[in-house]
Design a protein around this ligand. Structure first.
Ligand SMILES: [Zn+2]
Length: 66
């Protein structure tokens, strides 16, 4: 199995030709369809990450204080 860097960002289907185009590509490489606007990907994982980071930071502070 080959690891492709684009896979990390996910893909979206080109409405013109149906090709799976990488999220970070604004234009379809096959039919030259230009995506109207970059999708704002919901980042629940990022939010959870920051919450966990905050909890961890609080835990560290509490550990240091006591
Ligand atoms: Zn296309």
């Amino acid at each position: 199995m080959r690891i492709e860097a684009d896979k990390n960002f996910g893909t979206r289907e080109c409405p013109s030709c149906g090709l799976e185009v990488a999220i970070n590509e604004n234009r379809c490489p096959v039919c030259d369809y230009e995506f109207p606007n970059p999708p704002a990907p919901p980042r629940p994982l990022a939010v959870v990450g920051w919450v966990l980071f905050g909890i961890l930071l609080a835990a560290i502070l509490i550990t240091l204080i006591f």
